[in-house]
Design a binder for this molecule. Structure first.
Ligand code: OGA
Ligand code: MN
Length: 281
């Protein structure tokens, strides 16, 4: 009689405080048998790399669905892949907004329930030395703060909006452009997210405009001081892409950014996302 075997998660750590490489085959990943373990590892490690896994779009969508609820790019949209590139020819509708992705950020700070995770696969890499994707573990960054700072920061609320990130790449926008960004919305969020699991993470990044009740300078010191802390070497991992790599990040406990690349170099990533499961609180 044959005994049915189930796939076991095979993974190795990249850095002590962030990142693991998952070494299972495509078939094992698509079987869904290790989906629960992958979700747990994602929360524990912030970023998971599936080196040269070479998913097709259909396989990426199917794998995403084994892990949770597929999040379409737009409300009510189809279950499809989003093209991530700064090339306006390839991406006329969102290349402009993706300029903000060159700075540390969390996806979906406009929503009450931000997406749980994003999965990015590399179709065409940029030349080596450009276009890495950086990740920072905002759980670890919070955990390693001194106790008095934790107590202070837990009290703060921060206004976030895409308009704040506009100034990173266009310091002197026209009023019409600023009004356009303002129309996307803004939202007040806690600086420290107290997760249902009991863990806590920092909610910062280039969408953070101001700490409520602070002067502009005090506010900038808090927001930029924490970004500087959280993006220090021990909390970060920079992924250099090869064709076929898939990288998934926990959007609730990390920040990320694209490192600079030539928008016309052909760099092309395909993204899927998982629907969020808990509000910022
Ligand atoms: C994103 C993003 C970074 C990159 O897809 O949300 O920020 O390296 N991408 O392209
Ligand atoms: Mn992003």
């Amino acid at each position: 009689m044959s005994v049915a075997t189930t796939a076991q998660l095979k993974a190795e750590e990249i850095k002590p405080k962030i990142g693991s490489r998952v070494l299972n085959s495509k078939e094992e990943l698509l079987s869904g048998e290790i989906a629960r373990d992958i979700r747990d590892l994602l929360e524990a490690r912030g970023v998971l790399v599936f080196p040269k896994i070479g998913f097709t779009d259909e396989e990426q969508i199917a794998f995403t669905k084994t892990l949770g609820t597929f999040a379409p790019e737009r409300a009510g949209g189809a279950e499809e892949i989003s093209k991530i590139t700064l090339d306006v020819k390839e991406n006329p509708s969102s290349a402009e907004y993706l300029k903000g992705s060159l700075y540390w950020h969390i996806d979906g700070t406009r929503n009450d329930v931000p997406i749980l995770a994003s999965l990015l696969s590399c179709k065409v890499p940029s030349p080596k030395g450009t276009g890495n994707t950086g990740f920072a573990n905002t759980y670890s960054a919070y955990d390693d703060l001194p106790e008095d700072k934790k107590a202070e920061y837990e009290q703060y609320r921060v206004i976030h909006g895409p308009w704040a990130s506009l100034f990173y790449y266009e310091p002197e926008p026209s009023l019409a452009k600023l009004q356009g960004y303002a129309g996307i919305g803004e939202q007040e969020l806690p600086l420290v997210w107290k997760h249902q699991s009991g863990r806590k993470s920092l909610v910062i990044g280039c969408t953070a405009a101001a700490v409520v009740g602070k002067t502009p300078l005090e506010s900038a010191m808090i927001i930029h001081g924490l970004r500087d802390w959280a993006t220090g070497p021990e909390f970060t991992y920079s992924h250099e892409w090869d064709v076929g790599d898939l990288v998934m990040w926990d959007n609730t406990g990390t920040m990320h950014r694209a490192e600079a690349y030539d928008p016309t170099c052909g760099r092309m990533m395909h993204r899927t996302k998982l629907e969020g499961e808990e509000p910022f609180e």
